[in-house]
Ligand binder design. Structure first.
Ligand code: MTE
Length: 333
């Protein structure tokens, strides 16, 4: 098992704060200095090529919740549209970033097992003509759930290939009908320190917040995930409702969303708040723009040996590059 020092991958002040955090959080002991990596059990495959839109949208016909509750892990394909092998269910559910629980990637799943995810309401408000509060169970019935096999590239330079199940953000926006002044979506995660030990510390400014430009959210690749491998999401992966924007670094994929506000000014995300010189609003995957403390040119596929080249926009350039036409991608990191 390869080990990476947390000091390499974590904003400096959080790395330093972690020492204080660990002293006060006995149950999360062990996460202090090291972040463990996945098992090296499969070769990585990566052939830079245009992502094919059609293979990204495989409708999952038998997705009703009743089926899901009993389904075995299921994906319609064994690889993504570039030929990358899917990560195993166990890898995806046991190597997680979820700082509300712990900074130990392998500790998130055990610590979050009892987390209450039903009932779950999501408020959609702000600059919309039809503000609504949804029950997640109703969203599962109302919005067409599809399988989306996406690469997830973490800003820490590891990656996975994940068969999410979810629905298009555009479908939800159509229903709430944003006003013309609305320019951004602001997402807020649940605040429940009694169930989330990490929230009892000041390592991030809780609750976790993220944002998207409205045209980014309308892109057909942008989804809310409700399931993974044909099963309901586990708490560790952000159950019951999280964001997935596969062309952006994983930290944009906010978990356990309880509020979506349409706003006219660019939201300040939790990571911008923590270290704005290291984490920007856009967070588009870009091998040409290094993190101030490490290179973004390559990545380690969890479960595989060695490093593979990182693709611009994580391989989804054809689908999303036009959103950023004329923008300086170095300045707008
Ligand atoms: N959402 C919340 N609420 N809290 C978090 O700590 N971590 C982010 C993102 N969403 C995080 C979050 C990061 S850094 C990554 S890489 C992805 O979740 C990881 O998602 P996964 O654990 O499902 O692979």
């Amino acid at each position: 098992m390869i080990k990476i020092a947390s000091s390499e991958i974590t904003p400096e002040h959080i790395y330093l704060n972690r020492r204080k955090f660990m002293v006060g959080a006995g149950s999360i002991a062990g996460a202090l200095a090291l972040a463990a990596c996945g098992k090296a059990d499969a070769p990585a495959a990566s052939a830079p090529a245009a992502a094919s839109q059609s293979t990204l949208k495989t409708p999952l016909t038998a997705f009703p919740k009743a089926t899901l509750d009993h389904a075995e892990p299921y994906a319609s394909k064994a690889q993504d549209e570039l030929g990358n092998k899917l990560n195993k269910y166990d890898e995806i559910t046991n190597y997680n970033n979820y700082y509300e629980f712990t900074t130990d990637k392998e500790g998130v799943n055990p610590l979050s097992e009892g987390f209450t995810t039903t009932p779950w309401k999501v408020e959609v408000s702000g600059l919309v003509n039809n503000p609504k509060t949804y029950d997640v169970d109703d969203m599962l019935k109302k919005f067409t759930q599809e399988e989306r096999i996406y690469r997830l590239r973490c800003v820490e330079a590891w990656s996975m290939v994940i068969p999410w199940v979810g629905f298009k953000i555009a479908d939800l926006l159509k229903e709430v009908d944003p006003k013309s002044e609305a320019k951004f979506l602001k997402f807020t995660s649940v605040m429940r320190p009694e169930e989330m030990p990490g929230q009892q510390t000041g390592m991030l400014n809780w609750p976790y917040v993220e944002g998207l430009r409205i045209d980014e959210a309308m892109n057909p690749l942008a989804i809310f995930a409700t399931g993974m491998y044909g099963k309901p999401l586990l708490a560790a992966n952000g159950a019951p409702f999280r964001l997935i924007t596969p062309w952006k670094y994983g930290f944009k994929g906010i978990k356990a969303i309880v509020k979506i506000e349409l706003v006219d000014t660019q939201p300040v995300s939790a990571w911008m708040n923590a270290a704005s010189n290291e984490y920007g609003f856009y967070a588009n995957v870009n091998p040409e723009v290094d993190h101030p403390r490490w290179s973004q040119a390559t990545e380690r596929r969890v479960g595989a040996l060695g490093h593979i080249p990182t693709l611009k926009f994580n391989g989804y350039e054809q689908e999303v590059a036009s959103l950023y036409a004329g923008m300086d991608l170095k300045a707008n990191y």
